[in-house]
Design a protein around this ligand. Structure first.
Ligand code: MN9
Length: 299
């Protein structure tokens, strides 16, 4: 079985929501439509950037249904279905299969300390419930320490298991995962600020927050690295990093939402109780973006 199913640049799609958590359908559809024209290969839904953990399961299901309905043929959709209770995880896994998504993903079970068996059982439950939809671990800094390479190796037996979204700038560890099964494991770069390095060290794809804002820049960067022209990719990474540095100073998700808002998407704020910027912070961030050329300099 070929596990390299996901390649290219995939925005971790922002979730446009209202104050009560309901989906801003118009903004969502427009964002999906527009981003789909930029050369990205698909979307990662309801992850950290997509705020899935802060959303009710019904909202998550509604959001992925809208995206599935709007997205052009051929674009891949991976749904992050992680939740603290297995019943919700199973429900989202089943739903992802029913509506025809291309893959499911989850952070390892969190909050309680799970041992290796608990982790593997969790992913097996997802595989069973989704009838072996392509499955990716989400190795996120928000969900504890990375899984042991040996644990991931054991997971190669789980039906549908293809690999992981690896949000960690430790690229030595990334190569240890990537060596499993002779490289037949789909490793997807997480940190946008080191996207070029991840790709150079063997990642097949990249998923990230800031690809909502700078899709074309990263599509060019991906093409350059994969064509062996790292020297062409470097200035693109450096340019993106000037903006990412600012976003990290304020709050990445809020800043991405704010920049799209400035570009005319009626995207709203984050789900509570997630971080939000004050009016003064918004103004300060936008002034710093202006100094870098303005919100459209990165489109
Ligand atoms: O993996 C994102 N990571 C998190 C995806 O959300 C934790 C990244 O895209 C970062 O937001 C980005 C900025 O640090 O690299």
């Amino acid at each position: 079985m070929n596990r390299i199913l996901f390649t290219g640049i995939m925005p971790a799609l922002l979730s446009p929501v209202n104050e009560d958590g309901s989906i801003r359908e118009k903004a969502l559809r427009r964002l999906v439509r527009d981003l789909s024209q930029t050369g990205v290969t698909g979307f990662y839904l309801c992850g950290a950037t997509g705020e899935g953990i802060a959303m009710a399961p019904e909202r998550r299901m509604e959001l992925v249904e809208i995206v599935k309905d709007e997205v052009p043929e051929g674009m891949k959709l991976i749904n992050h279905i992680g939740a603290a209770d297995l019943a919700t995880v199973r429900r989202l896994a089943r739903h992802s299969r029913q509506i025809g998504l291309d893959g499911v993903s989850s952070v390892p079970p969190f909050f309680f300390n799970y041992d290796e068996r608990g982790v593997i059982d969790y992913y097996r439950a997802i595989s069973d419930e989704s009838e072996a939809l392509p499955l990716l671990i989400y190795a996120s800094p928000l969900s504890g320490t990375p899984l042991a390479v040996e644990t991931v190796e054991k997971m190669l037996d789980i039906p549908g298991f293809v690999g992981m979204k690896y949000t960690n700038p430790n690229y030595f560890l990334m190569t240890r995962y990537k060596k499993l099964d002779g490289g037949n494991i789909n490793i997807i770069n997480g940190p946008d600020e080191t996207c070029m390095l991840g790709l150079l060290m063997g990642a097949d794809a990249a998923i990230g927050s800031t690809y909502n804002v700078m899709p074309r820049l990263f599509v060019r960067l991906y093409g350059a690295v994969k064509a062996g022209r790292a020297e062409e990719a470097k200035p693109l990474q450096m340019k993106a990093d000037d903006l990412i540095e600012l976003m990290l100073k304020y709050d990445v998700i809020s800043c991405c939402k704010l920049m799209l808002d400035k570009r005319g998407y009626d995207i709203g704020e984050t789900n509570r109780p997630m971080k939000r910027l004050t009016a003064a912070q918004k103004e300060a961030f936008l002034a710093e973006v202006d100094a870098l050329g303005g919100v459209d300099a990165f489109a």
